[in-house]
Design a protein around this ligand. Structure first.
Ligand code: FAD
Ligand code: SF4
Ligand code: SF4
Length: 435
């Protein structure tokens, strides 16, 4: 494995290619700056590229994300490193940033791959598909998902048996097991942290039975079930493939909950659950959908109307804190909850339960900057040093933060935040050019 560093130079480094990082990259690139966009996954687009439709407009998420990611990918001023991680960043005395980046091999020459999927069909190894949140399997030779960018195969080397079946069928001979990890030393003048959020792990609340009860799924799994690029051609409960007709949502799973160390509101779960409930009512007109909530926080533009629309469509809203979920022999689930309006404990049976998991900080960026110079807030999101004046500024001059790396927020706010971060980065670059 070659450990030699290749030195590269860009005006700006952006860590994370979700909607916030992508938007910030486009703004800088359209102003003539050279941008390196570093993404740890095999595709750019972050979580948004995997969503179904978006609240409150119900626009198709893929239809918005796909043109945007291809604009980012084709821009002459943007270079993208996927499957790459920034291991450390330091600031020099003359205001340059030096970052070390590790780029893992894909074992496929992306420029020659036609995405024909013949390798996928030939590969004998099946593993859990992380891009479908475990609802189905995928092969060790695989295209991450149908609208991935780059749309090219990748080899999951950890699960690959090196049988060579994929290489034999590849019509362009673009599979290459000799590819090695590459190491880069990047010099940049500014940095934007757009490393996003992580989802609360429902295994931290064992009484909800996630993974023990097959028909308890997360909101991100439901997002995949109702997306146009969905794993099944309809909505199914994973336990037995039955089409559900009594679906429950449990809100605030891992949010506003001191017992799991996360007292803050995730801001998005009420609205994405209301969105999914409306989409389910459309897809399964005979189904009952019930949302168990503590408070519905429909604070944004058009959100209250969206909530009222769901009520009008027949979604049931129960002000109740769910204490426990248990499973019946037929796979149905009993929810034990406190009915807050009546002040009594009740039980209800559903055949599928969706846990509306909260947004947590992304731990992978905690130690990127040396000597702890990048400050974090009490919940480990990147701290804003001038929240009211310049919300994208961080504790390090020249380092800006965009999107959910700074706290939970929805897509429009992530895009606005990326606009603020890129405009601050451009001002910073101009100031330092003229000095
Ligand atoms: C179930 C669900 C449904 C939702 N529905 C809606 C909706 O309908 N409408 C709406 O407005 N919002 C919705 N949201 C919220 C939306 O997903 C977020 O607002 C949006 O994804 C935030 O974008 P981001 O770029 O800040 O973060 P992310 O999407 O998290 O992107 C961050 C990117 O950074 C990468 N990354 C992380 N760490 C590193 C690292 N160390 N190095 C390199 N790359 C890294 C990640 O792989 C990722 O690609 C929903 C969220 C969920 C969970
Ligand atoms: S070499 Fe690996 S990726 Fe290719 S077919 Fe065999 S197991 Fe699958
Ligand atoms: S790696 Fe080869 S076989 Fe696999 S999708 Fe690409 S071109 Fe097709």
């Amino acid at each position: 494995m070659s450990s030699e560093n290749k030195t590269i130079k860009f005006d700006a480094l952006i860590v994370g290619a979700g909607i916030a990082g992508g938007e910030a990259a486009l703004n800088l690139a359209n102003s003539g700056y050279k941008v390196l966009l570093v993404e740890k996954e095999r595709s750019i687009g972050g979580k948004m590229i995997l969503l179904s439709k978006v609240f409150p407009t119900l626009d198709c998420s893929a239809c918005i994300t796909t043109p945007k990611v291809s604009e980012i990918a084709r821009h002459k001023n943007i270079t993208i490193f996927t499957e790459s991680e920034v291991t450390d960043i330091s600031k020099t005395a003359d205001n340059d940033f030096i970052a070390h980046i590790t780029k893992k091999p894909r074992y496929v020459h992306v420029e020659d791959c036609t995405a024909c999927q013949l390798c996928e069909k030939a590969c004998p190894v099946s593993v859990r598909d992380q891009y479908q949140y475990g609802l189905i399997g995928r092969k060790a030779a695989f295209i991450p998902f149908s609208i991935a960018n780059p749309k090219a195969a990748a080899i999951d080397i950890e699960n690959c048996t090196l049988c060579g079946a994929c290489e034999k069928v590849c019509p362009t001979s673009c599979i290459d097991f000799t590819m090695e990890t590459e190491y880069f030393e990047l010099h940049a003048k500014t940095v934007i942290m757009a490393s996003g959020f992580s989802l609360f792990d429902p295994l931290e609340i064992p009484r909800y039975g996630y993974e023990r009860y097959k028909n308890v799924i997360t909101s991100m799994q439901m997002e995949r079930e109702i997306a146009p690029t969905r794993p099944y051609n309809t909505i199914l409960r994973p336990g037995d493939g039955k089409v559900p007709d009594k679906i429950a949502y449990v809100l605030c799973v891992g949010s506003r909950d001191q017992t799991v160390g996360n007292p803050i509101c995730s801001q998005i779960c009420c609205m994405y659950s209301i969105k999914q409930a409306q989409l389910l009512m459309g897809a399964l007109p005979m189904a009952d959908v019930t949302i168990y909530y503590i408070n519905i926080r429909s604070f944004g533009k058009g959100f209250e109307e969206f909530y009222q629309q769901a009520k009008g469509m027949g979604v049931n809203f129960v002000k109740g804190k769910v204490g426990k979920i248990s499973e019946l022999e037929n796979g149905n689930l009993i929810l034990r909850y406190e009915d807050i309006s009546e002040g009594v404990v009740k039980e209800a049976e559903h055949d599928m339960v969706v846990l509306s998991v909260g947004a947590k900080s992304n731990p992978s960026v905690a130690n990127i900057f040396q000597e702890g110079r990048l400050k974090f807030d009490p919940y480990n999101f990147i701290a804003q040093s001038d929240l009211m004046g310049s919300p994208s500024k961080t504790s390090i001059e020249g380092v800006f933060v965009a999107g959910t790396a700074t706290g939970p927020m929805d897509i429009p706010d992530s895009i606005l935040s990326a606009g603020s971060a890129s405009s601050d980065a451009i001002s910073y670059l101009i100031q330092h050019e003229t000095v």
